[in-house]
Each structure stands twice: as C-alpha cells, then as structure tokens.
Ligand binder design. Structure first.
Ligand SMILES: NC(=O)N[C@@H](CC(=O)O)C(=O)O
Ligand SMILES: [Zn+2]
Ligand SMILES: [Zn+2]
Length: 435
C-alpha cells in the first residue's frame, strides 16, 4: 500500500484507544501507530491511552463539497481555518471547490491548494479542478494537466455556476472518462434561474415579493446530464440536490445503470423555505431552501441510497457580503462543524437510517466518488488511521461566535443540536479534541 497523503510526519505518539464501540459491530481496542491502525497487542509502553468508553468510532468523514476561500478571500476562510472547522466536525478530508480567486483551473493552481493543505491543514485538502477556464463556461480548463499533476485531480466542477452548454459538458465528460474522473455539476439552469432569483419559487416567494427559481431549473439539468453521462459512458455527480423532482430523475437514471451519483447538504435535510420569511440573508443559499415535501423526499432518498452522499457546501462569507437586503446578499452558509449533528437529528434520531448508512454517506461514498484512495476506509489493522470518536447523545446550543471558521454566516446559531464529535484523528495525528 502506498503512503496516503497526510500531515508532515511529525513524531506523533502512538494512541491506544480503549472502549469505543464500532458501528460495523466490531469492537475492541484500537492502536494507532505511524499513521495506521496496528494490532493493540503490540501497544508500546509510551502509547497515549484514550478512554473512549461509551463512544462510537467512525471512519473519518469526507466532505465532497467544501468552499475554502484561499486563495483570494482569506478574510472569510483560509485553508487552515476551514480545515480546523472540518476537524471539529469529524472530517479528515475535504474536497476544496475551485471557485477561488484565482480559480483552480490549472495544474499549478491545484498544486498550490494541495501544498498549502499539506503544510497548514488539519485535514486532507484535495483540490477540485474547474471544468471551464475561469468558470466562464466557454473553454475547457486544463483537465488532463490537473489530473496528471501532483494534485492528482479527479473531481472537476464549476460549482457556483452551472456548466450550461451541453457540448462543453459532453466534452468534459468524455475527457475525464480517460482517467476515471468525474464532473460535479451545480445543476441550475441559468435561463430558468438566473438574474435576480434568490429563493425557491412558490407560495413563500410570492408572499415576500422575492424573485424565486423553480424546482425544474435543477431537475431538467440533472436529466440532461444523466443522458450525457450515458452517451459518453462517463461519470457525473450532482452537487447539493434540493428537490423531489431531482430525486425522481436520479431514481430513473440509476435504474438504467447510468453512472450518476448525488449529494445532499445538511441544510436541505432540515431547513425549509419558511426560514426565509424573516428576510434574514443567513438563509440565502443556492440551491435555495425548499418546501417541507422536498425535505422529506431528500431524507427518503438519502436513506435508500438514491442520494449517495452528504456534502456540506460549507460556504463562508464576510459580514459585508451578507448584511444586505435579501436580494443583494451573497449565497451560502457554513456547514462543516454541524453536519454530523444535523445528520444524527434528521436520520438517526428519526429512525430513517442506521449508523452504517450514515457512515457510508459521510465517509465511504464521498471518498469513492471523489477518488481519494486513503480516505473512507474501514477501521481495520493496516488501514490509514482516519477516525472520529463521537458521543451520539451529546447535544449543545450552536454558538456562531465559537466557530473555528473565520465567517459567521451560520444558519444553526442558537439551535439545540447533537454535538457529537469528541476527537478526530487524521493519518494518526489528533486534529481535534473536545474539552
Ligand atoms: N452554495 C452557495 O450558495 N454558495 C457557494 C457556491 C455554490 O455552492 O453554488 C459559494 O461559493 O458561496
Ligand atoms: Zn453549487
Ligand atoms: Zn458549493
């Protein structure tokens, strides 16, 4: 097995974790040495002992959709602060979206993100490459050079924008097929949902007098992309699914064996368009919060595997970009620190899913979709030691001011939620400890 990407090899003390339960029914002590799980019988005398009695051990979470704002907007998030927030949320890897300044659309830009991540990150930072140069939607970016670079880019996305031109989408799918890559689509037809559209088009937008965008602007792009994936025999991934119609399209495409995967955000699993009633821009996000029927459809689809994964779409924004009239504020909300808590509340505490399904959706599936070999692996001797120890019963009131993120656009502020993460270990090193 080759060395997984990990933090600079500082002399980390071996860890002997005792008493933790495992969702896969396994149990017993865990020894972590030299970045991997080892046989607890070999624990050296100087190993640090961690009493994990009553805690559950999960493989490190993997976020297929994070916005770090470095380079370009380090006032709102850096690779260091964003990954510190990730580690607090139980994550050991994040896919860093390409809509930075400059855009991650060259091999050099991708290697820059990779290198800053390796030097300053509290989790593995895997760059996502742009599909089009400058996210302009016109010319393909250097997909092949990014794939062959040290950053080994496998996931490409113009996220923040939709790859609207079907020929560009077709070419991108054909290209990434040659090296097992995937195109992650921000499905939002700009002709149906462009301009001023800033929330879900429906009863609430009508009442508030805000321009909305219809569910069909998402599902029609997903249907088109599913057929383009079939045509090219390539792989497409749908970012932040938000509607029941998209779930139907995904079911249809998967039944036909089309290589399509999808993610849902924690906020779309819990919050509805009713949050927008107070015109608080914290709840302004793309795709927009939808009605309760969509939330129910998304939970069902995540439970039955129609939606493969959870992606936070952690999108930090400065106060001066958020504190505007609703129509003028920036789109996006924070998500890394609260994601697992929201999943426990919406999927475990409602008995919709068991732990193995949540682990699949938050660790195994995203690592597989994004092509991250050392992540999302089972907790087993010889595997890279990416781990999160959680107390599923622990709860807390979310305090935006206490976030490790540099930004404060936190839609969960003041809410009582599960606050499960007790310790996160990335490649054998402790990256977060709850005190
Ligand atoms: N989700 C958002 O509302 N905003 C994201 C872009 C995106 O994910 O589309 C951002 O970069 O701020
Ligand atoms: Zn997006
Ligand atoms: Zn995004």
């Amino acid at each position: 097995m080759s060395q997984p990407p990990g933090p600079a090899p500082l002399p980390a003390r071996p860890l002997l974790i005792t008493g933790a339960r495992r969702a896969d029914a396994g149990s017993g002590d865990l020894l972590i040495m030299d970045g991997r799980y080892a046989d607890p019988a070999d624990a050296p005398a100087d190993a640090e002992r961690v009493d994990a009695d009553g805690l559950l051990a999960l493989p490190g979470l993997v976020d297929p959709h994070t916005h770090l704002r470095e380079p370009g907007r380090e006032d709102t998030e850096t690779i260091a602060t964003g990954t510190a927030a990730a580690a607090r949320g139980g994550y050991t890897a994040v896919l860093a979206m390409a809509n930075t300044t400059p855009v991650t659309d060259t091999a050099e830009a991708a290697e820059y993100v990779l290198d800053v991540g390796a030097r300053e990150g509290s989790a593995q930072v895997q760059p996502v490459g742009a599909v089009s140069k400058g996210l302009a939607g016109e010319e393909l970016a250097e997909l092949g050079l990014m794939a062959r670079s040290r950053a080994r880019v496998r996931m490409f996305s113009d996220d923040g924008r939709c790859v609207h031109d079907p020929t560009l989408m077709r070419r991108a799918l054909e290209y990434v097929r040659t090296f097992g890559g995937v195109i992650a689509q921000h499905a939002q037809d700009p002709r149906l949902a462009g301009g001023q559209a800033c929330c879900h088009e429906g009863e609430v937008s009508g009442r508030l007098g805000l321009p909305g965008w219809p569910a069909a602007a998402e599902s029609t792009i997903v249907a088109r992309d599913a057929q383009l994936a079939a045509l090219t025999r390539s792989r497409v991934h749908v970012c932040h699914v938000s509607t029941a119609e998209t779930v139907e399209v995904l079911r249809w495409a998967k039944q036909r064996g089309i290589a399509i995967t999808a993610e849902v955000t924690p906020h779309h699993l819990m919050l509805t368009t009713d949050e927008v009633v107070g015109y608080d821009p914290t709840y302004k996000v793309n795709p927009p919060l939808r009605p309760a029927e969509d939330v129910t459809a998304l939970r069902e689809a995540l439970a039955d595997g129609t939606i493969d994964a959870v992606g936070t779409d952690h999108a930090p924004h400065a106060r001066q970009d958020k504190e505007h009239a609703f129509a003028d504020a920036a789109f996006g909300m924070l998500g890394l620190e609260t994601a697992l808590g929201v999943l426990i509340e919406t999927m475990i505490n409602t008995d919709r899913s068991d732990w193995s399904r949540v682990i699949e959706a938050m660790s195994h599936a995203p690592a597989r979709i994004a092509g991250l070999p050392g992540q999302g692996r089972p907790i087993a001797i010889g595997e890279p030691a990416n781990l999160t120890l959680i107390d599923p019963q622990a709860r807390a009131s979310v305090d935006a001011a206490a976030s490790l993120s540099l930004s404060r656009n936190n839609p969960w502020h003041g809410r009582d939620l599960p606050d499960p993460v007790r310790m996160t270990v990335w490649a054998g090193r402790v990256t977060y400890r709850h005190d």
